[in-house]
Design a protein around this ligand. Structure first.
Ligand SMILES: Cc1cc2nc3c(=O)[nH]c(=O)nc-3n(C[C@H](O)[C@H](O)[C@H](O)COP(=O)(O)OP(=O)(O)OC[C@H]3O[C@@H](n4cnc5c(N)ncnc54)[C@H](O)[C@@H]3O)c2cc1C
Length: 320
């Protein structure tokens, strides 16, 4: 993770400051407030601000006047009920603002989540850093044969991985060299080569490769954040965005532990069943046989996914 001395000084100063407030705060999240948590080789996630806690969800659900008078276990049960039944608006009362540094190709996936507020670093206004993502060799794998959108389980051999990394590094370095050449600008903003033009930053940036890092502030409410985490923590999501979702998940657990627990139980580590799947499960439990007629209504892929949901290679006894 590359944080300059000046940026580190800003973070240290922000972390040393303390403000008085009547609003509820969450000590576990305050502990990591402003601190960059490393993701990938140069990326990070840091919490800039947040509003609300588990109690804010309960307060909103009850439209109450204060911090609540009921027993904490009632509050936890209420949060679990809300998450279980997708009664989402009380969860929209809690919000978090993150500063994220991520490769451009991951940002392209992330930005598809429209229910957040974003302000991205402007490469029209500022100069991009010479910072690009190079995967860990373990993450370099061939195209998957079963999943057109993914990579195979087996990593490339060390020699093949090295060759790929060399290409990625050379391309990114060369593109950045040309970017600098087109900008024709030194640290003070003066021309390096007085006879040549200084191409506008908004144009010079267009040759940079997708593994260059960008940054943004991203503000989202808890309901939409959990939706983001459902999609991007999933094994079908690309590794490079999944690792961000994992770090954010840890932050959410610090911030709203009761909501996080309910989310894990009812969404993240849960599974939904189709009508056919439910019928099959009922029959399996009843007499240990499979309804082949119902199974026949499912595609091969659905059947495979059904097995995965149940953690099974085979599905019970075939009917006689
Ligand atoms: C594994 C994976 C693979 C993907 N592959 C591709 C791909 O190949 N190509 C591609 O283009 N995208 C792809 N996506 C992106 C995906 O289709 C969604 O755009 C993205 O995940 C954002 O989800 P969302 O719309 O639910 O989230 P948000 O934009 O945050 O929206 C949250 C919810 O709000 C509602 N909502 C938001 N905006 C609208 C609207 N305009 N109209 C109606 N309802 C709305 C919907 O209920 C939505 O679920 C992929 C996503 C994943 C996780």
């Amino acid at each position: 993770m590359s944080i300059s001395e000046a940026q580190r000084a800003d973070i240290t100063q922000a972390r040393a400051a303390s403000n008085q407030t009547r609003r509820p705060t969450v000590p576990a999240l305050e502990e990591v407030l402003f601190e960059p948590l490393q993701v990938l080789d140069h990326g990070f996630v840091r919490v800039i601000d947040y509003m609300g806690d588990d109690n804010a969800i309960v307060q909103a659900a009850r439209v109450s006047y204060g911090r609540g008078t009921t027993h904490p276990s009632d509050d936890r049960s209420l949060i679990r009920y809300l998450v279980r039944h997708r009664h989402s608006s009380p969860l929209e009362m809690a919000e978090i603002k993150l500063h994220v540094k991520l490769p451009i190709f991951a940002a392209r996936q992330w930005i598809r989540h429209r229910t957040a507020n974003v302000n991205e670093y402007s490469a029209r206004y500022s100069i991009m850093d010479r910072e690009f993502y190079l995967p860990d060799p373990q993450q370099l794998a061939a195209q998957s044969k079963t999943n057109r959108q993914g990579r195979a389980d087996q990593p490339l051999s060390p020699e093949q991985a090295q060759a790929v990394l060399d290409l990625l590094r050379e391309d990114a370095e060369r593109c950045y060299d040309h970017y600098e050449e087109m900008l024709n600008e030194d640290d003070q903003g003066l021309r390096r080569r007085p006879e040549d033009p200084q191409l506008a930053r908004e144009l010079a940036r267009m040759n940079l490769t997708l593994n260059f890092y960008t940054q943004w502030y991203w503000k989202v409410d808890l309901h939409n954040l959990l939706h983001f985490l459902t999609l991007r923590s999933d094994s079908h999501a690309q590794y490079e965005i999944r690792v961000y979702a994992e770090v954010i998940g840890q932050l959410v657990e610090r911030w709203v532990p009761a909501a996080w627990g309910a989310f894990r139980d009812y969404r993240l580590e849960a599974a939904s069943l189709s009508r056919q799947e439910l019928q099959c499960v009922k029959q399996l439990l009843r007499d240990g046989t499979l309804d082949l007629k119902i199974m026949g209504e499912m595609t091969q892929r659905e059947q495979r996914e059904f097995r995965e949901k149940l953690g099974l290679v085979t599905l019970g006894k075939e009917p006689k």
